[in-house]
Design a protein around this ligand. Structure first.
Ligand SMILES: [Zn+2]
Length: 154
């Protein structure tokens, strides 16, 4: 069997793991005795594979466990965000109806949103959220979303 340089380089991964037939192994050996380039290529590949370290034991299991552990939290946060969005839409619609009912002069200046007072984490009130739109629900923490829902329910 006569192997070309291309054949030998395609076979390198299999040669390293020993997944070649005896005939291929012999043909490769014949090729590299007369082809310095392929011999060098195979030598480098052997050296690299020798230095390749296996993943630490249990790494795969730890990664999977971590992904599974975090999934329910994300799903719960998403449900809270959806519930809060629905509540805001309902209240926003009601507020809009009230605004339209009370409108006496169409030329009157539009209602100004009150200035937002930042009181640190959890400062967002339903009123602020409705009037300013300063923060999207997606930016709120789980705690802030819960607080928002509690306010909406009260
Ligand atoms: Zn060659």
């Amino acid at each position: 069997m006569n192997l070309s340089c291309e054949d030998v380089r395609d076979l390198v991964p299999d040669l390293l793991t020993g997944r070649v037939s005896a005939a291929i192994a012999v043909a490769t050996q014949q090729h590299i005795t007369r082809c310095g380039e392929c011999a060098a290529e195979l030598e480098v590949a052997r050296e690299v594979s020798r230095w390749r370290t296996p993943a630490p034991a249990g790494l795969h299991d730890r990664v999977v466990a971590e992904v599974v552990r975090q999934r329910p939290v994300r799903a719960m946060r998403m449900q809270l965000a959806i519930a809060a969005t629905i509540a805001l839409v309902l209240i926003g619609g009601r507020q809009l109806a009230i605004l339209q009912k009370n409108r006496v002069d169409p030329a009157a200046p539009s209602v100004q949103a009150p200035a937002v007072e930042n009181r640190g984490p959890g400062w967002m009130t339903v009123e602020n959220a409705l009037n300013t739109g300063a923060a999207s629900l997606g930016d709120l923490s789980e705690e802030q979303l819960r607080q928002l829902l509690t306010e909406l329910e009260s």
